[in-house]
Design a protein around this ligand. Structure first.
Ligand code: SAM
Ligand code: SF4
Length: 493
């Protein structure tokens, strides 16, 4: 029985005539049962099943949070659909860069129009953007058709908030400034049957001077090892073969748990889980990347050959202003150490262009690291001023024109190197986890190599979720066209 089925059985037996339990997760099971009654009544009135749609903006943390929201919605009785013409629409927002906020505001008018033709429709906004008080004020004043607003710390209370909305018939707002609470054993639905993201920690203590995450996701707190292992074992028993361990800085995992351990030790524990084939993790902060971790990665049979190691800038002066706690030289040292220990590793990174005070010389230092490390791919970002962060208060902001010019140069460099790096495996045969049907050509499947590159090859949907051997026939720049390799008597043809 899957975890979702087990929970459904528990929730169906809950007696709603009594008081709600005082402790979670039981309290939340109670509210799911109660929300199910309200949703059921509405569904009877409308004469059809209720539908819900979740739009996720931003990073993998948000994607994982959305899976938890889907798990709760399904327990309540909603059918999840792709279209926003639904009875319940939830926007799980991001606020790392200004344009993320603009995208959300831009879509709210559209949602309002849909709501006019379906007055029973509910709209909820949650996630990082809602942790900013100016955003909530603006929504309260100018977007009165929104039903529910909550933040990053209380998504576990989703069912309780839905019940409050059903009972109050007014906009419900519940935002917490911070929390030290981690609620385990709540419903959750995976987007993929064969791979899953697993939070190992929440929040961030690093306060990089440009970044809003510590303000909207709170202080760092790690989950207990036993809870992480239990979740992965459950996932594996339901068919998952690849997991991605998630945290803003996984290298500082385990400092505030009952029996503190290092991230490297956690990986060793996860590796022991039978049936689990692949382990990924994200994100590693260069300042905390230990020799122990490199050693564990180099000896592991399951940890994928991919490390995302955000550089942000190649200038030691800018890195200091960014509060990153490493210099260009220290970054290069750690990156080379990894490449030496694991020669076939794929290194990827994040780079910000136009941090306040960045000069041409600083930018050239960034290009220098890009050329020396030869990243397999890089996310390049234009610096975005986030109110409340120390960098936003700096006077020496770089002009838009200069940033644009540097950004284009960086992108060209990164893409050229990426092509070169991708091509180095052409002609090889590698293990591929088949993730789905190719979006452009339905006769082809799309799979992922251990090093995170994608390969498209002729196949059929029965292959989805399996690890197969694929010949990497042609490199197309950032992905491969491949051919399934058949294994006869142990020889790959
Ligand atoms: N915790 C991760 C780390 O330290 O690398 C990343 C979290 S953040 C959501 C993802 C990336 O967004 C960062 O690595 C950074 O490059 C970028 N970013 C964060 N704040 C930014 C800002 N104000 N402007 C532009 N890019 C930003
Ligand atoms: Fe933001 Fe820095 Fe924390 Fe990453 S480590 S989330 S960039 S503050």
């Amino acid at each position: 029985m899957s975890r979702q089925e087990e929970l459904k059985a528990i929730i169906e037996t809950i007696d709603l005539t009594g008081e709600a339990p005082q402790t979670d997760p039981e309290k939340q099971y109670y509210y799911i049962a109660k929300a199910r009654i309200y949703a059921g009544n509405l569904s009877d009135k409308l004469g059809r099943p209720l539908t819900a749609c979740i739009r996720t903006f931003g990073c993998q943390m948000n994607a994982r949070d959305s899976e938890k929201l889907v798990g709760i919605l399904e327990q309540i009785g909603y059918t999840i659909i792709e279209s926003e013409h639904a009875d319940f629409v939830i926007y799980n927002t991001c606020t790392v860069r200004e344009n993320a906020n603009q995208r959300v505001y831009g879509r709210l008018g559209y949602l309002n129009n849909i709501k006019k033709s379906n007055p029973h429709m509910m709209i909820a906004l949650c996630g990082c953007m809602m942790q900013e008080s100016e955003v909530v004020d603006k929504i309260r004043k100018s977007y009165s058709f929104i039903d529910l607003i909550f933040g990053t710390h209380n998504i576990y209370k989703f069912a309780e908030l839905i019940v409050t909305r059903f009972e109050s018939k007014r906009m419900v707002i519940d935002i917490w400034k911070d929390t030290d609470k981690i609620v385990e054993d709540l419903p959750s639905e995976r987007k993929y049957s064969f791979k899953s993201g697993v939070n190992i920690m929440f929040g961030c203590n690093n306060f990089c001077s440009y970044c809003i995450v510590p303000y909207v996701r709170g202080r760092e707190r790690s989950r207990e090892v036993k809870d992480i292992i239990r979740e992965i074992e459950q996932d594996v028993s339901e068919g998952v073969i690849e997991i991605m361990l998630l945290g803003q800085n996984v290298n500082s995992y385990g400092q505030n748990i009952t029996n503190p351990i290092t991230f490297a030790r956690l990986l060793q524990e996860v590796e022991k889980i039978a049936g689990l084939e692949r382990i990924r993790f994200m994100t590693s902060h260069p300042k905390d990347l230990s020799d122990e971790l490199i050693d564990v990665m180099s000896k592991s049979k399951k940890i994928c050959k991919h490390l995302h190691l955000p550089l942000q800038s190649g200038s030691s002066r800018i890195l200091k202003d960014m509060n990153r706690h490493y210099t260009k030289e220290q970054y290069l040292e750690v990156a080379h150490k990894i490449k030496k220990a694991i020669p076939d590793i794929s290194l990827t990174t994040d780079i910000i262009v136009g941090f306040p005070g960045e000069t041409e010389e600083d930018f050239l230092e960034t290009l220098d690291v890009v050329r020396e490390i030869k990243y397999d791919s890089a996310f390049t970002f234009i610096y975005s001023k986030r109110t409340g962060t120390p960098a936003a208060a700096k006077g020496n902001q770089v002009s838009e024109a200069v940033i644009k010019e540097r950004f284009d140069r960086l992108l060209k460099e990164v893409q050229g190197i990426s092509r070169e790096m991708c091509a180095r495996y052409t002609g090889n045969t590698q293990k591929v986890l088949v993730e789905g049907i190719n979006e452009q050509d339905s006769s082809m499947m799309t799979g992922r190599l251990s090093n995170n590159f994608l390969v498209h090859f002729h196949g059929d949907p029965s292959m989805i979720g399996k690890i197969l051997e694929v010949n990497l026939v042609e490199c197309k720049g950032f992905y491969y066209i491949g051919e399934l390799a058949y294994c006869i008597n142990g020889t790959v043809h």
